[in-house]
Write a protein that binds this ligand. Structure first.
Ligand SMILES: Cc1cc2nc3c(=O)[nH]c(=O)nc-3n(C[C@H](O)[C@H](O)[C@H](O)COP(=O)(O)OP(=O)(O)OC[C@H]3O[C@@H](n4cnc5c(N)ncnc54)[C@H](O)[C@@H]3O)c2cc1C
Length: 470
C-alpha cells in the first residue's frame, strides 16, 4: 500500500505532536512479530496520545479508504498485530495513562496503551488485585488484552479478560467515539455493545480505554506440585481441591514428563521436585484471602486423593522461593521448547471431561502424521485449554516445519471432533483464519461478516485478519 503525500501529511497532523515516527529502527520493532514468524511493513507509524487524535486519524482513513492495523505491545501470537501489506500502523503505546482507580468501587480505568503489569501495580497500590496475568504482562497492553480476550494463568478463578471488563471507550471506523466507559455492575439496557470489541482483534473498532474490575488481594498462596497417577485423574483432583478449599483454586496447570525434562535440560536453576515419576504432573495454587489459610484444607484434600490413588506423590512450597521454583517449571516450558529447536504450537480447548481423550488421541495422530515428532502438551487444564506443542524429531527441524500444516489440521480435527475450539485464548489473526472455517457454521460466519460490514463498511480496520475469505 502506498500513501499519497497529502494523506500522509493529514494523518501526521491528526496524530498530534510526537504522534508519528520515521525512525527505521523504531518502525522495524513494530512491523516484525517478536518471534520473527511474521514480518511486514508500514506506510506510516502513528502514535497518537489522545482519543481525539485516534478519532481524527480514523476519520481520515475512512474517507480516503486507507487501511490501518492497531497495535499494543506486539506480543500477540497469531500475527494479528502485524501490518502485512504496508497498512498504516496505529500504535496505542502513548495512550498509557491510568485515568482513575477506585478501591471502594473496585474499578480501574486505564487507557489502551497501559502495560498490563502497570495496571496490576496501580491496583496493588490501592490494595486491590487486577487478576489478569500472563507471561507477557511486562510488555502487553490493556488494549491488546481486550482485543485478544486474553486468558492466562488465573482464568480458572477470575475468568477471561471479557469477564473483567465493565466498560470500554472505542473509536469507530468512521472516527466517531463510542463512549461505553461505564462502571456499572448491572446494566440490562439492551445489547451489550462492549462485548463486540472484546476479542475482535482490532477488526471492528479501536479501543482507547477500559473500565476494569478489581478484586481483594490474596493474602498468601498455597502451592503444590503433584504427580498424578494418570491424565484422567486431573479433573477429579481439581474438583476435590475446589471442594476442599471452597473454590479458592486459582491455577491448576498440567505438565508432562516430556515437558518437565526439556525445562530441566535447558533452564538454569530448574530442579526436579519429583524425579521418580515418569507420567503427568499438576501444579495447583490456592489463593488465601486475608485471615484464612487454605493450606491445611489443600493438604487434607491432597492426602485423601493420595489414599484414593489419584495422586502418587506431591511437594508443597514451604516458602516464596520454593513457590517461585515450582512456577519456574511451568512458566519456562515455552522457552525450553524454543531452545530445544523448532516446534509447532497449538492453543486448543476441549470440554474438561474430554481432556484425557484429547491428549491420547492427538498424541497418536501426531506421531502417525510425522514419525519421531515429540508432543509436549501442557496447559491450563482447569479451563480445558491445552497448549499441544510438538517438538521436532531430534535434529530434524526441517521435517517438522515442512509438516506444519498437516500437523495443525490433525490436532485441530481432534479438538473439534471432541467439541473443542482451535483457539482457546490466543485468537485467530492470520494464523488460524482457515481453521476457523472448519469450526464455525456458515450461519456463524455470516453473522460475523455482517457485523464487520456494519461497523467497518470500507474494510479499513485490520483487513485480512480474523475473518476467513468468503
Ligand atoms: C511469552 C508470552 C506469553 C503469552 N501468554 C499468553 C497467555 O497465557 N494467554 C493469552 O491469552 N495470551 C498470551 N500471550 C499472547 C499475548 O500476550 C496476548 O494476546 C496479549 O493480550 C496481546 O497484547 P498486546 O498489547 O501485545 O497486543 P498486540 O499483540 O499488539 O495486538 C494483538 C491484537 O489486538 C489488536 N489491538 C491491539 N491494541 C488494540 C486496541 N487498542 N484497539 C483495537 N485493537 C487492538 C491488534 O490489532 C491485534 O489484533 C502470550 C504472549 C507471549 C509473548
Amino acid at each position: 500500500m502506498k500513501l499519497s503525500a497529502d494523506i500522509t501529511n493529514r494523518l501526521k497532523q491528526a496524530a498530534g505532536p510526537g504522534g508519528f515516527s520515521d525512525d527505521a529502527q523504531e518502525v522495524a520493532a513494530h512491523t516484525t512479530e517478536w518471534r520473527g514468524r511474521w514480518s511486514g511493513k508500514t506506510a506510516l507509524l502513528l502514535k497518537p496520545k489522545t482519543t481525539e487524535a485516534v478519532s481524527g486519524i480514523l476519520a481520515i482513513c475512512n474517507e480516503t479508504l486507507t487501511a490501518l492495523v492497531p497495535q499494543g505491545g506486539n506480543t500477540g501470537l497469531v500475527g494479528a498485530q502485524v501490518p502485512l501489506h504496508g497498512e498504516v500502523l496505529l500504535s496505542l503505546e502513548r495512550m498509557s495513562r491510568i485515568r482513575s482507580v477506585s478501591a471502594s468501587e473496585n474499578v480501574i480505568i486505564a487507557e489502551a496503551g497501559v502495560i498490563l503489569a502497570n495496571v496490576q501495580k496501580a491496583a496493588a497500590d490501592a490494595d486491590r488485585l487486577f487478576p489478569l496475568s500472563l507471561a507477557a504482562e511486562g510488555s502487553c497492553t490493556i488494549g491488546g488484552n481486550l482485543s485478544t480476550n486474553a486468558g492466562g494463568v488465573a482464568v480458572l478463578r477470575y475468568g477471561m479478560t471479557r469477564e473483567l471488563v465493565l466498560g470500554v471507550e472505542v473509536v469507530l471506523a468512521d472516527g466517531r467515539v463510542l463512549n461505553l466507559l461505564r462502571s456499572l455492575r448491572k446494566d440490562n439496557s439492551g445489547y451489550d455493545l462492549k462485548q463486540l470489541f472484546i476479542g475482535a482483534e482490532g477488526t471492528l473498532g479501536i479501543i482507547t480505554a477500559a473500565a476494569l474490575k478489581l478484586f481483594p488481594r490474596p493474602h498468601s498462596y498455597a502451592t503444590v506440585f503433584a504427580a498424578i497417577s494418570r491424565a484422567d485423574a486431573a479433573l477429579d483432583l481439581l474438583n476435590r481441591l475446589q471442594d476442599a478449599t471452597g473454590g479458592l483454586v486459582t491455577a491448576f496447570e498440567l505438565v508432562s514428563r516430556a515437558g518437565l525434562d526439556l525445562v530441566l535440560k535447558h533452564i538454569p536453576g530448574a530442579t526436579d521436585p519429583l524425579p521418580k515419576h515418569r507420567g503427568w504432573f499438576v501444579l495447583a495454587q490456592v489463593s488465601n484471602p486475608a485471615a484464612f489459610d487454605a493450606l491445611p484444607a489443600l493438604e487434607a484434600g491432597l492426602g485423601k486423593a493420595m489414599e484414593d490413588g489419584l495422586v502418587v506423590d506431591a511437594v508443597f512450597a514451604k516458602n516464596e522461593r520454593e513457590r517461585k521454583n515450582l512456577w519456574l517449571l511451568r512458566e519456562s516450558l515455552s522457552e525450553a521448547q524454543k531452545i530445544e529447536g523448532a516446534s509447532v504450537k497449538h492453543d486448543v480447548s476441549v470440554p474438561l471431561s474430554r481432556i484425557p481423550e484429547f491428549l491420547a488421541t492427538a498424541d497418536k495422530a501426531v506421531r502417525d502424521a510425522l514419525p519421531g515428532a515429540r508432543p509436549v502438551a501442557f496447559g491450563h487444564v482447569g479451563d480445558g485449554n491445552i497448549h499441544f506443542n510438538i517438538a521436532a524429531p531430534p535434529g530434524n527441524d526441517a521435517a517438522l516445519l515442512a509438516a506444519r500444516d498437516k500437523l495443525e489440521s490433525v490436532v485441530h480435527e481432534v479438538a473439534l471432533r471432541l467439541g473443542g475450539s482451535v483457539s482457546a485464548e490466543h485468537g485467530i489473526g492470520i494464523a488460524k483464519r482457515e481453521a476457523l472455517k472448519t469450526q464455525k457454521s456458515a450461519a456463524e460466519l455470516d453473522v460475523m461478516r455482517a457485523l464487520k460490514r456494519t461497523l467497518d463498511p470500507n474494510n479499513i480496520l485490520n483487513p485480512g485478519k480474523l475473518l476467513p475469505d468468503a
